[in-house]
Design a protein around this ligand. Structure first.
Ligand code: IPE
Ligand code: IPE
Ligand code: MG
Ligand code: MG
Length: 299
């Protein structure tokens, strides 16, 4: 154990981020007793206690990578987690993936009904942008944060990717087609998470651009790993459905390349992501550890 290993294992980083982010989310989300109470209960149910908090972890580590403090980026990190959670709530709906288990418990629509799940997702999306609009004391930084998140989550990003994902069920789209889906539905928000960390941490334009490129490449690796886990793991371990991509005939990397080649591709994408960091003089042990964790994780 070298002196630099303390506190930089992925489990330690994520646990620390989770405690910071969960207490801030608890403050940002309306209380369960605030009217309309079922809506606020559904929003809190979806967000808390939540999942791995990977996007916030990347955002906070990116802020530190450019010499900023984690607290500078905390509200942006929470907003990113709200956008991510909105996407999971809607992704699980019967009209999309029709999954009844999420983060180890009944999906939001199973617990609260479809109408509330749709509306809780909508309200989380709105609260995310309200949070970003006030995420810094400097108005131009807030505007840039809102723009970045809007581009990542809208029709050219996450929502567009979800559309391609649903429309590609049962179709042969090839590795390039799957890459396009994954870059939108998953990598766009991960790229934005890294960029926003750089922005809120006071990084230069070159640094935030490098963090965006790093996140986009890492995000592809992350979704390939998700595809592999869906094929090879169990619902008990994942806390969400396993084997469901195959049964819905989803466009995934394992369906095109097989599991082994998909694992290899994910590994290559992580190496490429790390090469972007080192080629642009961003030496962050935390980002390296988190990047490797994206493809080594068990859930
Ligand atoms: C799941 O994301 C959806 C994908 C984009 C693959 P995560 O694996 O980060 O989910 P949580 O937040 O830990 O539940
Ligand atoms: C991940 O979708 C991307 C979004 C939710 C936007 P998936 O459908 O592949 O993810 P899981 O496996 O349900 O978490
Ligand atoms: Mg999906
Ligand atoms: Mg899904």
């Amino acid at each position: 154990m070298g002196r630099y290993t303390r506190g930089v294992d992925a489990g330690g980083i994520l646990a620390e981020v989770k405690s910071l982010v969960d207490s801030r989310l608890d403050e940002l989300l309306p209380g369960e007793s605030v009217e309309p109470t079922p809506l606020h209960q559904a929003m809190r149910y979806a967000c808390l206690p939540g999942g791995k908090r990977l996007r916030p972890a990347l955002c906070l580590a990116s802020a530190e990578a450019v010499g900023g403090s984690r607290l500078d980026a905390l509200d942006a990190a929470c907003a990113l987690e709200m956008i991510h959670t909105f996407s999971l709530v809607h992704d699980d709906l019967p009209a999309l993936d029709d999954d009844t288990l999420r983060r180890g418990r009944p999906s939001c629509h199973v617990q609260f009904g479809e109408a509330l799940a749709i509306l809780a997702g909508d309200a989380l999306f709105a609260l995310a942008f309200r949070t970003l609009a006030a995420c810094s004391d400097e108005a131009p930084i807030c505007a840039e944060a809102v723009l970045t998140a809007a581009e990542a989550s809208g029709s050219a990003g996450l929502v567009g990717g979800e559309v391609l994902d649903v429309l590609s069920e049962g179709k042969e789209v090839g590795a390039e087609g799957v890459r396009m889906i994954h870059e939108r539905k998953t990598a766009a928000l991960i790229a934005a998470s890294c960029k926003l960390g750089g922005l809120l941490g006071g990084g230069s334009e070159g640094q935030t651009r490098a963090l965006f490129d790093f996140g986009r490449t890492l995000g592809l690796a992350f979704q390939i790993a998700d595809d592999v886990l869906n094929e090879t793991s169990t619902a008990d371990v994942l806390g969400k459905a396993a084997g469901s991509d195959r049964s819905r005939d989803k466009a995934t990397f394992p369906s095109v390349l097989g599991v082994q080649q998909s694992q290899e591709r994910a590994r290559q994408e992580v190496e490429a992501a790390l090469a972007i960091l080192s080629s642009r003089d961003l030496d962050s042990e935390k980002l390296k550890v988190l990047a490797n964790h994206c493809v080594k994780r068990a859930s």
